[in-house]
Design a protein around this ligand. Structure first.
Ligand code: SF4
Length: 81
């Protein structure tokens, strides 16, 4: 099985819509891994390599500005060994 290299953007991170974010800072406060920061009053994913995709930020956002996109992988038997 191929190892996940978080440094090459192969790891999913939450998507933040800058048109919906009002800079309330709740997602920044709730993230236990300190992945998010506010820049110019908008939340951004500053440390994607630390994200464990818990969804706490998505749940905390009152503006529904955060979405976690999922990637579905279909592996055959040879790829799972
Ligand atoms: S919780 Fe939502 S509205 Fe608040 S800073 Fe984060 S993304 Fe923006």
């Amino acid at each position: 099985m191929k190892a996940v290299d978080k440094t090459e953007n192969e790891w999913p991170v939450p998507q933040i819509d800058p048109n919906l974010c009002d800079g309330c800072n709740l997602c920044v406060q709730v993230c236990p891994n300190h992945v998010l920061v506010l820049r110019y009053n908008l939340a951004v994913v500053a440390h994607p390599e630390l994200c464990d995709y818990s969804g706490l930020c998505e749940q905390a956002c009152p503006q529904k500005a955060i979405q976690r996109l999922f990637e579905i992988l279909i592996l055959n038997d040879e790829e799972t060994e």
